[in-house]
Design a protein around this ligand. Structure first.
Ligand code: BYC
Length: 337
């Protein structure tokens, strides 16, 4: 089995296409065509020429996005055996399976850029690749499943709808279906919160406690503040990102406050206030030290999440071997025919 230990984003992964450095005189016509495509909103496809740095940025972002979907199955999977009813269990099972599907579409989209899924996975396991900070927080009660659907999937939709129009065709197309499924996920989370918020005092307290714990980490999902976002400027020029981190975070706050009011829950932010002049909500300071700690491996569940992915990789070795043997057998049969 191929277990390339080099980094996908450093170009060490197998099959990474050879490409001359950006802006070399020989590449000027291709560079001009690439820029024209961006200007005219024509998607860049995998066979098109693209600057090496554009390819590298896409591999970084799409693979991290894929890893997030797969690691994101773990906190929710934790409640599959403890869902309160058969109906809730079936819905949660479908949602977790959807996340697996999202991971697969995204790994496939990244593979169109010439990187292998094995190389991407090994980057995750070696901590060279990131995944969303949000999945390093534990799911302590059933209300957390409601909060994840409502808030985490809510944030995902706000962040990901624009990606349906990003400049790289395979990524944009993968996002269309993902966003449709995320909408269902968000509604199932809101439905859980609605039941709890209208339930007994104990259920209301569970819902409030979940909101208290998830609110700030959800706002961190959108990434560092714009002035600290190292990739944003270039990614926005390339049409990979269409809005800044702070703009999307603000949309999340503005969208969620009325939903919390509807539920009768209070957002744990004393500085939250409607700003008439801006026509948006002002909100309090995010603990960016916590964000950096969690991204750098020191969140409540980082070790547990990576250990689970490592176990899945090790225990899945025989499946990968079997698939490879099957593919070789098929190829031999076709060649012989
Ligand atoms: N967590 O320059 P910046 C989901 C990193 S899946 C960890 O602003 P960029 C869901 C960033 O990678 C959720 N790391 O970066 C799944 C960069 O480091 P590197 C995932 C973060 O890429 C299952 C550095 O910080 N969604 O919702 O321009 C169930 C500087 O940041 C985070 C996606 O992946 C973070 N929160 O913008 C339910 C969407 N934020 O890579 C739900 C696609 C930043 O240079 N990705 N970093 O070493 C994006 O839209 C962008 O990559 C981000 C960050 C907005 C996340």
């Amino acid at each position: 089995m191929h277990t390339n230990a080099t980094s996908a984003t450093e170009g060490g992964a197998s099959k990474m296409p050879e490409q001359a450095p950006e802006h070399s005189p020989e590449q000027a016509p291709e560079q001009a065509r690439f820029e024209r495509q961006l200007d005219q909103g024509i998607p860049i496809e995998s066979a098109d020429w693209m600057p090496a740095a554009y390819r590298k940025t896409l591999i970084r972002q799409i693979s991290q996005h894929a890893h997030s979907e797969i690691v994101g199955m773990l906190p929710e999977g934790n409640w599959l055996t403890r869902a309160p009813t058969l109906e809730r269990k079936s819905i949660l099972l479908a949602k977790v399976q959807d996340e697996a599907g999202h991971g697969l579409y995204l790994y496939s989209a990244a593979e169109t850029l010439g990187v292998t899924r094995d190389a991407m996975t090994l980057d995750l396991l070696a901590r060279r690749a990131k995944y969303s900070s949000i999945f390093n927080y534990p799911t302590l009660s059933w209300a957390d499943i409601g909060a994840i659907g409502w808030l985490v999937d809510g944030a995902a939709i706000i962040n990901q709808i624009p990606l349906c129009h990003c400049s790289y065709g395979p990524y944009a197309r993968a996002m269309v279906r993902i966003c449709k499924e995320e909408s269902f996920h968000q509604r199932q989370g809101f439905a859980i919160m609605t039941v709890l918020a209208r339930g007994t005092r104990e259920q209301q307290e569970m819902a409030q406690d979940a909101l208290n714990r998830w609110w700030w980490p959800v706002l961190m999902m959108f990434g560092p503040p714009d002035h600290e976002s190292t990739n944003s400027d270039q990614s926005m020029r390339w049409g990979i990102k269409l809005h800044s981190n702070d703009e999307l975070r603000q949309r999340m706050v503005d969208q969620t406050v009325p939903q919390a009011q509807f539920l009768g829950l209070s957002i744990p932010d004393e500085q939250l206030a409607w700003n008439e002049a801006r026509g948006r909500y002002d909100y309090g300071e995010i603990d960016w030290d916590e964000f950096r700690r969690v991204v750098n491996g020191d969140g409540p569940c980082n070790e547990e999440r990576l250990a689970a992915r490592q176990r899945a990789w090790d225990e899945g070795a025989w499946v990968r071997e079997a698939l490879k043997a099957h593919a070789q057998k098929q190829a031999t049969a076709v060649a012989a025919a």
